[in-house]
Design a protein around this ligand. Sequence first.
Ligand code: FMN
Length: 214
Amino acid sequence: MATSAQTPFSVPLFTPLTIRSVTLPHRIIVSPMCQYSSEDGFASNWHLVHLGSRAVGGAALVTAEATAVTPEGRITPADLGIWKDEHIEKLQEITKFIESRGSIPAMQLSHAGRKASTRPPAKGGTFISRSEGGWQHVAPSPIPFRPEDGIPHELTEDEIAEVVQAHSAAAKRAVAAGFSIPCSTAPGAAGLNNGTRKRYSRGPVPTVVAAWTI
Ligand SMILES: Cc1cc2nc3c(=O)[nH]c(=O)nc-3n(C[C@H](O)[C@H](O)[C@H](O)COP(=O)(O)O)c2cc1C
């Protein structure tokens, strides 16, 4: 049977896609979607159903939501996390189920930086101060995300290295949990602002530094 002409800008949806050592059977993928349904970062049956049902639906790749690499890096107190080994067991059950349906499990590793310590969107998305049960959030510069938010702790360069290290440790846990593709997006801990540019005035901003280092 003749196949249609293929260019880099026109790829048949139902053809395989190889990303390094992983080959997706087709190109329908589920992007990460925050569920705000965790306690202390733990996955639960909520996540099993949320992600598992996408695998049942036939997606080639199912990506777990933005998953915090440190407790301070959570957007909200209800974020999924992977900052400790205890998180691995339930995630393993989920990845096994996804794979049993022929899908490939991926996880988005995340650090919310100056966007951390907020209420879930359904509860307004507003900043949670420490006196209200929030935590001291961190960023490369002491510049709040919104004027009404708390001022983030300005990370030292050693502390930035710790955040990078937390991504590395989290990636190893993600692999141990069965995620074939642990990926990281531009960490919220970085961000383009004047303070950041000052410290890295000769080079790229920490988002890029972190991506290279990880
Ligand atoms: C409920 C919900 C949660 C989301 N959570 C994340 C997330 O955890 N990480 C992320 O990078 N994007 C997140 N997004 C953005 C989506 O992954 C996706 O990029 C976005 O919806 C654009 O795709 P669309 O045009 O197909 O909707 C979320 C979107 C929705 C609707």
